[in-house]
Design a protein around this ligand. Sequence first.
Ligand SMILES: [Zn+2]
Length: 293
Amino acid sequence: MTREKELREQIIAFGRLTYERHLLVAMDGNLSARLPDGNILCTQAGCHKGFLNDDHLVVIDPSGKKLRGKGRPTSEMAMHLACYQERPDVKAVIHAHPPMSIAFTIANQSLARCILPEVVLTLGTVPTVDYETTGTMDLADKIRPYIRNHDAILMDRHGAVCLGTDLLEAFCRLETLEHTATITKWARDMGHVKELPADEAIKLRSMGLKRYGGPPSAVAKADEPCADLPNVCTDCTGCSNPHPSGIGPKADLRLVRVNSLGKPEVKMPNVSPQESAAIESVVLEEVMRALKG
Ligand SMILES: [Zn+2]
């Protein structure tokens, strides 16, 4: 069997699996794989990923020009091309709409990275990029800066893009992401999210990068004091005492730390903790007044 034939069968199989695992519905999502000659095999626009056949696959060149196949290439072609352009190590990309992960972006909460050991080992941090219109070059440009350092990225109100050295790896990352979101939601519903201590998170991440790999830029940091995790981890003391600046260094990553009550702790720019508390109490008073009518 040629490599292309093998990849065609894999895209069809993983498309069905993403649908059956409720990681997308209807015409959502798209899958692609890099062919040995450098061209890209991707799903056609407007087809159901649960019922793919060979006619739904299109070959494009690295600039996005269609070479073979019926119909138009996926509307998220620019997103897939950005992944292959930024990461020569990446051979497969899956974009899906995992519901619980998307709910986290709408609630403006990150998937706190230090909860499940296997996530720290295999994914590290999962950034959420700000909202952008689906199927546009603007969306591809928005995720592009994060592709180099992350194997899974969430897009506000939209979905996830997961990268891998093959389709199975990209699919595993997508599954892990949604599984984490579900467990985190259940734990929050029970009222308490207990994070791994920072030193254990760093140890796991360093171990994971060496054992399972990851973005080359991250693997290169495996032996650094904080591995590829944000510097805020170095003086974080775990869930019992969340770091006051939040979990991540950049506001645009939308990383929000969850405190022991399950309440997101958001740092407001240029506002002191006292001012922030005062604003919170005024807002609460107004809400209570409105509720009382
Ligand atoms: Zn989408």
